[in-house]
Design a protein around this ligand. Sequence first.
Ligand code: ZN
Length: 330
Amino acid sequence: MLLTISTTRQPATDRAFLLHKNPGRRHANPGGPRVADFGGRSRRRWSSAGRTALVVSAAAVALVAAGCTSTGSSGSAASSGSPASSASSASSASAAARHPSATPTPSVSAPPLTGKIVGIDPGHNGGNFTDPDAIARQIWNGAEWEACDTTGTTTDGGYTEAQFNFNVAKYLRADLRRDGARVIMTRTSNTGVGPCVNRRAQIINAAHADVAVDIHADGAAASGRGFTILEPVADGPNDAVIAASQRFGGDVRQAMLAETAMPESNYEGSGGIMPRDDLAGLNLTTVPKVLIECGNMRNAVDAGLLVTARFQQQVASALTAAIVRYLRPA
Ligand code: ZN
């Protein structure tokens, strides 16, 4: 027998919120909010224009240094960003003396996420509304059986959570690629059905992502405001990534406060953070991951933010900042 959306999956109720069926399994945040400083750190934003300017600058310096002695060496000096070090003859040494500003050349470093893999799971899917049988199929979430997926919630005005999640994911993907990352998405349109929540975890695990984020918005009581970061609880498959996920969650919290107008949740968790042991995306993950409820779509103030491209871009920017911070070398 199949469950129907109308009886168990009201569009106005988010899946994560719906899973609040056993309050005893939810946990207060034992460590309280974690504090990290985003204020004094400026992120470098990389653009092709900026890189070109640096390379051109390096090439110009190399040409100045090499121009008095030889040709043919400036290309390699420019491309490597290394100082023009071919000054081995007396004449080149003399040239360097006449052009003291020509050395040394500043090095050109890679974008901050070069070589990194990031997983993005935009919750739900726009087509889920059309196929209740498919999304009601039962899957094992690591702790219990649950539905393959749900429709997600909506604002009072009918703006869907699935659309919000997908928009933020697209902005985030662009930001991460700009910063050099390879990005894995669990869905690449907002018109399909699924995939199931366990499959979403598997996709990101199989990619061996360095870090991942599940993007959602909540469907709580209208009085509730703010974002909540849901963190995994050790259950076997995710044991090795609990501490890392908590650290990443703290980074996400600080970045959201710094870069968006959304406050911490005033209705669940502690300081905007809440461990959860009943979600497939967190139970089954083998990579560091959190799920963020970016706000409450049933609250009028939150909804006013959530539906705007500006806020969606700010969330993407905050998540990018958190990911860069989390993955930066120690
Ligand atoms: Zn959701």
